[in-house]
Design a protein around this ligand. Structure first.
Ligand code: ADP
Ligand code: MG
Length: 695
């Protein structure tokens, strides 16, 4: 038996496999492509394809697929077998360089935001050699980018790769000025902490809302004071630990460096954090992880819920995106370093991120906006919709001393670059105390905490990386032209920090006073997807994305439309599901119970006329009132659904979904949940929060 360590990556065509199976020259050429982004010679692709096929066949694969990430936010694949008929009735097993490098899936069923209407339905997938191919369920999966006939990106990966390229270019310019001649490549690293809920599959199957929308549309809060108790642990521990063990094993085989841990924030909620890696690879891995979680849960009689807010009143799920910049020489550019010169470089990159987050708050906000995530951001939950940064007291003190040109910590300074002493080390536990910040410095990386649990990490990382590339581009322009580098960098850092200090907030982000304070500082507070979406196409944002080659104008508009379209669709599906449940489950349950109580009362009266019917009467009145309110609310909801006008333009439709449909849904829920707590349990048609979360 092999141990887990030996099995790590056994289904991955990784560096070790390539080194073993590829001719030396081919391996070297491929490495150059992977590490330096050089274009791959088609002949070499043929050799790689053949080696990949042989390897895959040995592992039992029969098909291959170009694995891609369309704008649905999940992954897509179309399987082709390796079999080629030769004409005499026999077959050959083949996989050519062309098949590896390019595919042509029918793109018409994927969202394109109007791009394909003006071009054509065909889509192309192009191999991303920087993310290893792998075998999943007997299929050789080749990570690819997905674009239209005209070259417009139709997926989440292409823009991310473009942003990485933009960042690389600008960061290299800056690093050169600091004398880092050996650095050939700079890339973002990410480590997303994935939150999720695990519930019993039987409960899941009884809830049309969970099945259709991924979240509960009804459900009264479980009785007060009920926390994650021993009983809960006892009941599910073995199944959950079985799940986690298998999840780890499955992910390790796929080369995903996962370490799973229990999360105690909410009952039935857990978290999986991988070891960080290059952002595009991690984006692929996170998609895989979400897929594997669902599959493994199913095998254990559980259902994995990835929705941002499966249960009202209970903590939602996010995805903390840990982020830093790394060089091919192994430098973490957000590590403060030990000497003043390293510090200067660190401070410049820090300034670049501070400026990026401040200048492009809106672009970051819109990158995490979705119907699901609206339940977290802007609601009474972490983190808020206002984007701000936490730096911790020590780093903030350093920044203050730079801005005010006074000594840091009162220590007397010698003539150092930037006029700062050797920076203190920022221990993780010192800087990680603030859990309420959307964007926190945690010692040698940032943690962007606002991502929704169900979403792809590509979008937020694309926007963040591009915004940082822009800061760095400005700095490189200025510093390359400077006569006195030290003086110029001093001036620049001081100026940038001063100009963008407003984005730094070390206090409690949940405190209502922060909303007021943030407004005073001029920070944006985009409460919902509808508020945030228009900023995607704000002039300055389109200009940024165009300048760095991330998107053409057409592409940005398509993303904007896709986002709104999806929002409208999700709300519509939720509303219809809710109406259906209200009509066919909730209302009938309340009516049945009510008539049961009335019959009992009648029976009691006829047997013993002197008995009091006070309790029955009170209950019947309560039920009656509740039923009337619910029935009215359902009526309003149905009218709201019917009132959505698909002829109107998308922003209007989305505003209508937000203002009219969601408001109507909230009312239906209110009255539905009020009935749940007075209708006898045996009449209630769906598992309650109590059943689901504390079984
Ligand atoms: P916490 O829960 O305290 O935030 P975790 O250990 O759960 O910490 O998660 C931290 C995540 O940050 C891990 O996925 C880790 O790999 C990642 N990480 C660490 N260093 C970096 C880095 N330089 N760049 C990106 N991610 C990083
Ligand atoms: Mg974290």
């Amino acid at each position: 038996m092999m141990n887990s360590c030996e099995r790590f990556g056994e289904n991955v065509f990784n560096d070790a496999v390539m080194q073993k199976r590829l001719p030396k020259e081919t391996y070297k050429a491929l490495k150059r492509t992977i590490q330096e982004g050089q274009t791959l010679d088609p002949q070499i692709a043929g050799v790689v394809a053949n080696a990949m096929k042989d390897w895959a066949l040995e592992l039992g694969a029969t098909h291959y697929t170009h694995w891609f990430q369309p704008m649905t936010g999940i992954t897509a694949e179309k399987h082709d077998s390796f079999i080629k008929p030769v004409g005499d009735g026999s077959v050959l097993l083949e996989f050519s360089g062309k098949e590896l490098v390019q595919g042509e899936p029918d793109a018409s069923s994927f969202p394109s935001g109007g791009i394909r209407a003006t071009f054509e339905a065909r889509g192309y997938t192009a191999w991303d050699p920087t993310s290893y191919a792998f075998i999943k369920e007997g299929i050789l999966c080749i990570p690819t980018a997905f674009c239209s006939y005209g070259g417009e990106a139709l997926d989440k990966k292409t823009p991310l790769l473009r942003a990485m390229q933009a960042l690389n270019k600008q960061a290299l310019r800056v690093l050169k000025l600091f004398g880092n001649e050996d650095v050939k490549r700079v890339y973002p690293t990410a480590g997303p902490e994935q939150e999720y809920f695990l519930i019993d599959k039987e409960d899941f199957k009884k809830r049309p809302d969970l099945i259709t929308t991924g979240r509960t549309l009804f459900g009264a809060a479980p009785s007060k004071g009920q926390e994650l108790d021993d009983h809960y642990f006892g009941a599910i521990r073995t199944r959950v630990s079985g799940f986690m063990k298998e999840l780890n094993e499955e992910l390790w085989k796929l080369g995903v460096y996962s370490k799973t841990e229990h999360n105690e924030v909410a009952p039935a909620q857990h978290e999986m954090a991988p070891v960080f890696a290059t952002v595009n690879v991690v984006a692929d891995h996170n998609q895989l992880a979400m897929e594997v979680m669902k599959r493994v849960a199913d095998k254990h009689g559980l259902t994995c819920l990835l929705h941002e807010k499966p249960f009202a009143g209970i903590n939602g799920s996010g995805k903390h995106n840990n982020y830093s910049l790394s060089t091919d020489t192994g430098m973490n550019l957000l590590d403060p370093g030990d000497t003043p010169s390293e510090n200067a470089q660190f401070l410049l990159f820090l300034a670049a991120i501070i400026q990026a987050v401040d200048d492009y708050q809106d672009l970051l906000r819109v990158s995490i906006a979705s119907a699901g995530n609206d339940h977290r951001l802007g609601a009474n939950e972490a983190p808020p919709a206002i984007i701000s940064m936490f730096l911790g007291d020590e780093l903030t003190a350093v920044i203050d001393s730079i801005i005010s040109e006074s000594a840091y910590n009162g220590k007397k300074r010698e003539s150092m670059l930037l006029g700062v002493d050797v920076l203190p080390a920022f221990p993780k536990d010192n800087t990680d105390r603030n859990r309420t910040s959307p964007f926190a410095f945690t010692g040698n990386k940032f943690e962007f905490r606002s991502l929704g649990s169900a979403q792809s990490i590509s979008g937020p990382n694309t926007n963040l990386t591009t915004a940082i590339a822009e800061s760095l581009c400005q700095y490189a322009d200025e510093l390359e032209a400077a006569k006195d580098f030290t003086a110029a960098i001093n001036t620049l850092i001081r100026r940038v920090l001063k100009a963008h200090k407003r984005i730094i907030f070390n206090g409690n982000n949940y405190d209502p006073s922060w909303v007021v304070e943030a407004e005073k500082r001029g920070l944006m507070n985009l409460k919902s997807t509808v508020d945030a979406a228009p900023y995607y196409i704000a002039e300055k944002n389109v200009a940024l994305l165009k300048k760095h080659g991330i998107f053409s104008e057409t592409e940005v508009h398509s993303r904007y439309e896709i986002r709104l379209e999806k929002y409208v669709k999700v709300i519509n599906i939720e509303a219809m599901c809710m109406s259906n449940m209200a009509h066919t489950l909730i209302l009938p349950a309340a009516l049945t119970y009510s008539s049961e109580v009335a019959q009992e009362a009648g029976a009691k009266k006829s047997v013993a006329p002197s008995l009091s019917l006070e309790a029955e009467t009170a209950l019947l009145e309560k039920l009656g009132a509740g039923i009337t309110e619910l029935s009215k609310a359902i009526d309003v909801l149905d009218k709201a659904i019917a009132g959505q006008d698909e002829e109107k333009d998308l922003p209007e439709q989305a505003a209508y979904s937000h203002d009219t449909i969601i408001t109507a849904m909230n009312e239906v829920r209110k009255y539905g949940d009020a009935l749940e707590v007075i209708v006898a349990k045996k009449y209630w048609p769906i598992p309650t929060y109590q059943d689901i979360l504390f079984y």
